[in-house]
Design a protein around this ligand. Structure first.
Ligand SMILES: NC(=O)c1ccc[n+]([C@@H]2O[C@H](COP(=O)([O-])OP(=O)(O)OC[C@H]3O[C@@H](n4cnc5c(N)ncnc54)[C@H](O)[C@@H]3O)[C@@H](O)[C@H]2O)c1
Ligand SMILES: Nc1ncnc2c1ncn2[C@@H]1O[C@H](CSCC[C@H]([NH3+])C(=O)O)[C@@H](O)[C@H]1O
Length: 425
């Protein structure tokens, strides 16, 4: 099957922004030594020569380094946005002008444009798809079955994408191999926890410039993202309340020293609400109704579904943009609720997403997962595959090395001891 060229060469906001993008991409590279090593190897070995690749990711300085590494490895790569608000337009421009990577992404693109870009990506007839949230794969499975024969496999970046892939597997429609990047230890331990923890608060602070010390912050969800967010919020002096639906996670939050309440009780106490659950309408009508005047709500979990903004809009007599990515809903009751980033990921809409140092490991996993698919082409049955432990360990080892941190190794005596059962004392 020959490649169908994308209808347009690119669709970015302004190519004149490229020099700024270049400067910012170079800066991010300082903190991405692991991906740099992989890129240098790809440059020599060309594992993706002759292959068409689509990456649906947040178009950031960090994703730029992933795209450059894949192109260095010989991939005929097209990049589209995985979120209408997360694109860094200068980065998109630079990838087109300096690296000749077709990018279809503009910050603030509407839903129609976002969906059109997914179609353009699939028109590229990818052999490999890198997805973030599973939008491209879901479209392929639902409407482009004829293209599945071209596909070697896909890789998925985030928790919710994995949830969707598992649902496809259960429905018998995942008929190709998919690599589970999110569940690699070197991904979610750092990206979901420390990345989301820092960048979510960064987004809130850039959008509002409020002081967090002394505020009551309600964090909905105490998974990887919730743990990081609650930890960092406490570090800035906030009183943190956690809400959960999983009893084990709830006990964990209690023993980590947080108050745990149902959202129905937390709603009237919070000054600021952050959802990180991957679930729908975690903050909804009954909660908005009892919030304090001026309460701030935002989402750092999944798409724009965690907050029921349709309900909030139905109660509003006016919606005013009061700062970039900050909208005041003036309700018929006279009270206001402030919504950040249109209810989309606040860390990527109002800030720059996770810092490069964590994305270095996430995207090292992505690059090596793509290579794994190619090396095992034709050998993997359809299904969801973990990143091999050796790959995970190697990424951690390279990261430590780059940080100049040495660790101990087992002595021969210790190896023998931990592999035996006879000597207990
Ligand atoms: N903002 C980012 O950059 C970023 C980074 C990584 C992941 N994510 C996304 O964030 C979401 C969470 O990811 P994670 O890795 O923490 O997942 P996780 O599965 O570790 O945690 C989610 C938690 O939410 C809880 N939960 C579900 N429904 C709930 C509800 N109604 N009320 C309260 N708690 C509820 C679950 O019990 C679970 O503990 C996913 O959608 C993921 O894709 C975003
Ligand atoms: N700086 C960044 N550059 C690229 N990807 C990022 C960055 N920061 C966070 N991410 C990724 O974004 C993913 C969450 S995206 C959540 C799904 C969906 N696409 C949405 O936009 O709602 C995480 O798994 C991170 O790995």
């Amino acid at each position: 099957m020959t490649a169908t060229a994308p209808r347009l060469k690119h669709e970015v906001k302004d190519l004149a922004l490229a020099p700024l993008g270049r400067q910012r991409i170079d800066w991010a590279g300082r903190e991405m030594p692991v991906l740099k090593q992989i890129r240098d190897r790809f440059e020599k070995e060309k594992p993706f020569a002759g292959l068409r690749l689509v990456a649906c990711a947040h178009v950031t300085t960090e994703t730029a380094h992933l795209a450059i590494a894949l192109k260095a490895g010989g991939a005929d790569a097209v990049l589209i946005a995985s979120n209408p608000l997360s694109t860094q337009d200068d980065v998109a421009a630079c990838l087109v002008t300096d690296y000749e990577i077709p990018v279809f992404a503009m910050k603030g693109e509407d839903a129609e444009t976002y969906s059109r870009h997914v179609q353009i990506a699939l028109d590229h007839r990818p052999n490999i798809i890198i997805d973030d949230g599973s939008d491209v794969v879901a479209e392929l499975v639902q409407h482009r079955q004829d293209q599945i024969k071209d596909l070697i496999g896909t890789t998925e970046e985030t928790t919710t994408g994995i949830v969707r892939l598992r649902a496809m597997l259960a429905d018998g429609v995942l008929t190709f191999p998919a690599m589970n990047v999110n569940d690699a230890d070197t991904k979610h331990f750092f990206d979901n926890r420390y990345g989301t923890g820092q960048s979510t608060l960064d987004g809130i602070i850039r959008a509002t410039n409020i002081l967090l010390a002394g505020k009551t912050i309600v964090v909905a969800g105490y998974g990887w993202c919730g743990k990081g967010t609650a930890l960092r919020a406490r570090g800035l002096g906030a009183n943190v309340i956690v809400t959960e639906i999983d009893p084990i996670k709830a006990i964990e939050a209690v023993m980590d020293g947080f108050r745990v309440l149902p959202m129905s009780e937390a709603a009237s106490q919070g000054d600021l609400f952050i959802t990180v659950t991957g679930n729908k309408h975690v903050v909804r009508g009954e909660h908005f109704d009892v919030m304090k005047d001026g309460a701030i709500v935002c989402n750092s979990g999944h798409f724009d579904i965690e907050l029921d903004l349709k309900y909030l809009a139905s109660q509003a007599k006016e919606i005013k943009t009061v700062r970039p990515f900050t909208e005041q809903y003036i309700l018929n009751s006279g009270k206001s609720v402030i919504v950040l980033g249109e209810g989309r990921l606040v860390n990527l809409a109002a800030a720059e997403g996770h810092p490069s140092a964590v994305m270095d490991m996430s995207f090292a996993n992505q690059a090596l997962a793509c290579e794994y698919l190619v090396k095992n082409k034709g050998k993997l049955a359809p299904g969801l595959y973990s990143i091999p432990t050796e790959v995970d360990q190697e990424i951690a080892r390279l990261k430590l090395q780059a940080l100049g941190i040495a660790i101990d190794s087992l002595t021969a005596d210790q190896v023998e001891y931990i592999n035996s059962w006879q000597s207990g004392t």
